[in-house]
Design a protein around this ligand. Structure first.
Ligand code: HEM
Length: 216
């Protein structure tokens, strides 16, 4: 029970927080997600791309650990029996060879990209892959639009957003947001903190400009 709670609670809380934060800071994408009508046969597809991209750029689990049961070679390195090997989802997801412009939050990259399951592995890969993967994808795709339909989440300009990272990576401390009635008037605000090391957020002036052009 403890494993299930630990494995499921922090990961999904971190993933949902990052996803909502990314949507709040990408007004165009948030607007498109909201505009998808429930009866739209394509509904879910943009949302699925948003969730996949969020789990890529800000993966809630940043590394997994293995112990080698026998001597072997890995990428040219000799691995002795008993060696502890750390594989990082975060590092792999930020390799430009797998994901061009890796720091860009670009859900539409999933329209063209089909990375190997060992290059995109928010839920791990192989025999010990997460047993909650499908459940979590469903949860994000139900919870994010349910929240978005009711509320416009607005961060306060100048808020510091840092990662806290152990095995899971979430927002350090708390993330103060204002819950406003959903009026579709999405707008990003300038943030500080090491979030900028991980994801290239659009400049606030850029998003305001693009939204104005869209409205016209
Ligand atoms: C965004 C949400 C989640 C992420 C990113 C995530 C990620 C992961 C990763 C990377 C692993 C592999 C660990 C390894 O290879 O050593 C894993 C394993 C596991 N996860 Fe998740 N997880 C999530 C949600 C959940 C949920 C909701 C549950 C339960 C309902 C869950 C239960 C488990 C269990 C039991 C394992 C161990 C599987 C095994 O060792 O055979 N996870 N998870």
């Amino acid at each position: 029970m403890q494993t299930l709670l630990n494995a499921s609670y922090q990961t999904t809380a971190a993933g949902l927080t990052w996803t909502l934060l990314l949507l709040a800071q990408h007004p165009n994408i948030a607007g498109d997600v909201l505009a998808q009508a429930p009866s739209d046969p394509e509904r879910g597809s943009l949302l699925e791309r948003v969730v996949k991209e969020s789990l890529r750029v800000l993966p809630p689990v940043v590394f997994v650990i293995r112990r080698s049961v026998r001597a072997t070679k890995l990428a040219g390195h000799d691995i002795r029996e008993g060696t502890v090997v750390v594989l990082s989802q975060y590092v792999t997801h930020h390799m430009a060879v797998h994901f061009p412009e890796p720091e860009r939050f670009d859900p539409d990259r999933w329209l063209v990209q089909k990375p190997s399951p060992f290059a995109y592995l928010p839920f791990g890969a192989g025999a010990r892959m997460c047993m909650g993967a499908m459940f979590s994808m469903q949860l994000f795709q139900l919870a994010a639009p349910a929240i978005l339909r009711r509320f416009r989440l607005e961060l306060t300009a100048g808020t510091r957003v840092d990662r806290h990272s152990s095995l899971t990576m979430g927002v350090k401390g708390s993330l103060p947001v204002m819950l406003l009635p959903q009026d579709g008037r999405f707008s990003a605000v300038p943030l500080t903190g090491n979030i900028h090391e991980m994801v290239r957020l659009p400049k606030v002036s850029e998003t305001v400009g693009r939204l104005a052009a869209k409205a016209a």
